[in-house]
Design a protein around this ligand. Sequence first.
Ligand code: NAP
Length: 248
Amino acid sequence: MELSDRVTLVTGSGRGIGRAIALKLAEAGATVVINDVGATDAVNGVIEEIKAMNRQSLGILADVSSSADVDKMVATAIATYGRIDILVNNAGITRDQLVLRMSDEDWDKVININLKSVFLCTRAVLRYMIRQRWGRIISIASIVGIVGNAGQANYASAKAGIIGFTRSIAKEVGSRSITANAIAPGFIDTQMTQKLAEQQRQELQKRIPLGDFGTPRDVAEAVAFLASDGARYISGHVLNVDGGMGGV
Ligand code: NAP
């Protein structure tokens, strides 16, 4: 996999899956813009690791649910590197609650940070990708967006929305050699899933044919493939990375 000369932006890449994606893309040769909302130390740590690989990297703190922040972030990346070839929409949060008890705030926050952000970041980079006549939009959805999950109606709606958005974008910009794909991870070992109670974790593990939670690296490998020239004819696709759990 060869991504030399490619400039990538990975949202929410200070830790977890985003961090693993940033490191994998850098390993493949890419220049990587790291984004996080407030974790300066985490961002600096990822940048140091990338620079140790002799790749270029820049950190930008921005809230991906804010239109002004996103436009400023993309303008800074363009001013620094002159282009963005690959956007990975990864930033996301959960605020779990049964629907009857879910607050307006928890609904709006999850929809804005998981779904509106994908629209804002994609719109901002497409202006440049269309001129370049090359681009890759890769968005991290979830199998929960395909099969649903009790207690996660807000999150599942946002992730299902990402899939509809991705398929629409693939149709809008395919003629410019821009692909749009989503990845639907199952349960991956990160701070997001470390919130689960041990018993819940064991129950979930029984439903995973490959027997265990995935690693952030498992998701990063799939992103690197979709970003590569080898995936040039794949667009509007949802790739499950779920140990065989079977999002439909
Ligand atoms: P995580 O460990 O909680 O990391 C989330 C990252 O997103 C953090 O770096 C966080 O930054 C950043 N972030 C949160 N709000 C943001 C905002 N408003 N603007 C910019 N960045 C923001 O989560 P993860 O498990 O790596 O999840 C990454 C993605 O994979 C998410 O979209 C998640 O829904 C999806 N996913 C995860 C799993 C799983 O099992 N873990 C399964 C399916 C899908 P701070 O550190 O500053 O808060």
